[in-house]
Ligand binder design. Structure first.
Ligand code: SAM
Length: 478
């Protein structure tokens, strides 16, 4: 049977989609090639969030096509994912060596299309149509790849986005929000736990909008397309025994509760949420659900209310600060990360200074900085006041310096402390050492062996590096 190599660009959702396609191909008898040089099928799973990511994938395909056509013309080449969705046939017109283009609602057909192309039944396939129910088609996992079993897994709970932020291409590449049902997601999580998974990350473009627009044409109660009724919290005693009015629970919090019930599951994470989605019910869930780890991503994008309005984010700086205060009050150890865009059209020096001051005020544990990239068909691409590339670059560098400075302080504060980690496997940089993750989402590298994989253990932090902690098991065991 043929071998396949999949290269993934972009976010965790793309990583997850690639894993599911690889698992579907393996189930059909394909093998996974260790590199593109020996693969019979080469697939690039693409990202469109920034122009840079698109250019990188196109250049990669140009190189791969030139190389394979010279020495191994029978190799099948394909694009999948967001750029495949937004460009479709255009990609084959530009790169005629490409055989397959599979959109974001069609990943589960990739194996069938490859079979057809390899058997000579079809020459080229482009499929970027919408497909009802496709949000539930990303469910196969490849837990062990070529090595020992993974202890962490990603589970896709929904597809698409309805937010319409003025900078973002995702609603065009991933379509509108479609959520899987709670029983369907829980069944997948149970299966993963039965296979040894200890930590599950629930994935979606905006997970906090989960279930708000129904469940793939069918609600949990069987009514077509109706959203899950907002449930009332059964316990009106808060975590500290204080009686308070019953709280409306969003479908996402109901999903967290259902996943939390799974025996053998140790930790739950989720990404990516929207700041608007951190309602009191979700903040309370951090207190109530011990498996929900102390980690929150809050993609603030900017510290300036003027820019937030231009971005159509639907919140203010003050509201974000209020959410962060509540999260820290609920869980003092919580690790808070963010996404920030610098150089959004119209961003002045004062607006940028507001972003810098927000980062200093909040002291984020981690921040992902993006230089604004105009995307076609998005309102921001046509806005006046496009910021010159040089200024975007300077602001990016400035903010990175601030993030590093804050990170140094925050990570340094862990030195000398004892903390709990889930051991994930060998360190990528130095496979002789092991890595684990704290509940607040910090990587810890330590001297250990494979036998610790999957264990939850205490380490003493002896050193802090750049967004990495170094721990010592021996000291704890003494
Ligand atoms: N859940 C996220 C949110 O609340 O917006 C969306 C995830 S998005 C795929 C990841 C990040 O990419 C965004 O948070 C944003 O910072 C960045 N991004 C999106 N569009 C961008 C653009 N046109 N230019 C630069 N960065 C962009």
């Amino acid at each position: 049977m043929p071998s396949v190599y999949i290269k993934t660009y972009g976010c965790q959702m793309n990583e997850r989609d690639s894993e599911a396609v690889a698992a579907q191909l393996v189930a059909k008898g394909y093998s996974l090639a260790p590199s593109e040089a020996v693969a019979d099928v080469i697939l690039l799973n693409t990202c469109s969030v920034r122009d840079f990511a698109e250019q990188k994938a196109v250049r990669k395909m140009e190189n791969v096509a030139a190389e394979t056509r010279r020495h191994r013309p029978e190799v099948v080449l394909g694009f999948m994912g967001c750029m495949a969705q937004s460009r479709g046939q255009e990609l084959i017109d530009r790169l005629p060596d490409v055989d397959l283009v599979v959109g974001t609602q069609k990943f589960h057909h990739a194996a069938e299309y490859l079979d057809d192309i390899l058997a000579g039944r079809r020459d080229k396939v482009v499929d970027v149509a919408e497909e009802e129910g496709s949000e539930a088609a990303i469910r196969e996992h490849l837990l062990n790849g070529n090595g020992p079993k993974s202890v962490t897994a990603f589970v896709s709970i929904m597809q698409g986005c309805n937010q319409r932020c003025t900078f973002c291409i995702v609603p065009f590449t991933r379509g509108g929000e479609r959520s899987r049902s709670i029983p369907d997601i829980v069944a997948e999580c149970r299966q993963l736990v039965a296979q040894g998974v200890k930590e599950i990350t629930l994935l979606g473009q905006i997970v906090t909008s989960y279930g708000k627009r129904g469940f793939g044409g069918m609600a949990v109660d069987g009514r077509a397309g109706s959203p899950l009724p907002a449930a009332r919290s059964d316990a009106n005693h808060g975590a500290h025994g204080v009686t308070r009015p019953t709280l409306q629970k969003s479908p996402f919090v109901q999903l967290l509760e259902a996943v939390h019930e799974i025996k053998g599951l140790e930790r739950i994470r989720f990404t990516s949420p929207h700041p608007k989605g951190y309602g009191d019910d979700l903040i309370e869930a951090y207190v109530r659900l011990p498996k929900l780890v102390e980690s929150a991503h809050l993609p603030v994008q900017s510290g300036s209310d003027r820019v937030l309005k231009l971005m159509h984010r639907g919140y203010t700086r003050t509201r974000c600060l209020g959410i962060i205060e509540k999260l820290r009050r609920a869980k003092s150890e919580i690790g808070i990360s963010t996404d920030i865009i610098v150089g959004f059209p119209g961003e002045t020096e004062n607006d940028f200074a507001d972003t810098v001051s927000l980062v200093r005020e909040v002291e984020f544990d981690q921040a992902f900085i993006f230089k604004y990239s105009p995307r076609r068909d998005t309102p921001a691409a046509e806005m006046p006041g496009q910021v010159p590339q040089k200024t975007r670059e300077e602001r990016n560098q400035h903010l990175l310096q601030v993030i590093n400075e804050v990170g140094k302080r925050k990570y340094g504060a862990f030195v000398g402390r004892r903390t709990q980690i889930l051991v994930e496997g060998p360190s990528k940089k130095n496979p002789a050492r092991m890595t684990g993750r704290t509940r607040c989402n910090k990587i810890v590298v330590f001297d250990g062996s494979e036998r610790y994989r999957g264990q939850i253990m205490d380490v003493k932090i002896i050193r802090a590096g750049s967004f990495t902690l170094y721990g010592d098991l021996a000291i704890v065991n003494l």
